[in-house]
Ligand binder design. Sequence first.
Ligand SMILES: Nc1nc2c(c(=O)[nH]1)N[C@@H](CN(C=O)c1ccc(C(=O)N[C@@H](CCC(=O)O)C(=O)O)cc1)CN2
Length: 281
Amino acid sequence: MTARLIDGKAVAADLRRAIAARVATLGYRPGLRVVRVGEDPASGVYVRNKDKAAQEAGFDSATLHLPEATTEAELLAVVARLNADPAVDGILVQLPLPRHIRAEAVISAVAPEKDVDGFHPLNAGRLASGEPGLVPCTPKGVMHLLRAAGCSLPGARALVVGRSTIVGRPMAQLLLAADCTVTIAHSRTRDLAAECRRAEILVAAVGRPEMVRGDWVAEGATVIDVGINRLESGRLVGDVEFEAACRRAEAITPVPGGVGPMTIACLLENTLDAAIARRGA
Ligand SMILES: Nc1nc2c(c(=O)[nH]1)N[C@@H](CN(C=O)c1ccc(C(=O)N[C@@H](CCC(=O)O)C(=O)O)cc1)CN2
């Protein structure tokens, strides 16, 4: 079997077009502010791409780039100002932050109704309770991809490899909300290979290059690779051994061009939802 590729670029482009069309019907431009602290080069690329996508969709978007030496108190003051600004519908603080700033303190300081990353504990709690709220962009994007790929979710055995608060946990909650039978695997899981081989839907979000071996993939599985790892050669690879997995999976996301583009499209979707919730349609 050679797996069908799930084209994240195309699905993201469709979603972005639909969002732009909806924005054009509003009597205002949804406001997005992305805060970047320091000089992490990858963050620089992601923040630029977010700003560009937001502008293209008709948002009022801007990036606040603060120096590496910004203190936690200074960053919290910036967040407080954005919370109070009526022109701002969505606030995103790009991660990772410099080591001297506690990410949890900053995430908790963002007003939950403007938390377009969906990382605030209130939004995490809403997701866990099955209540409506803002949902983290990467797992939300994965759900769009599974649906676009025609994957049948109710009752499916889904395995999420990784338990981060940003991807693994919300991913498991979203799959559960879609009636999958969900397992979360992590660094202490015994016999990860056996767990993977049982999965009809396998979501890898561990951040370790090609850790999920091709022969761990069940015949006919749908494989979603959330990992984006840059090797010393400069090549980007996912968390799944792609070529070997393609021989067993029915459908698979590539890296790049799979989940990554969906993260940005879903940021726009969250910002549009936050704007409509605050200001109306
Ligand atoms: N506040 C946040 N910080 C971070 C998040 C997040 O959702 N919120 N996620 C990641 C980085 N990220 C967005 O911020 C992101 C990563 C990758 C991509 C993407 O499109 N990747 C491309 C490849 C890009 C390349 O060549 O390097 C792809 O997969 O095709 C988009 C967004 C951490 N921080």
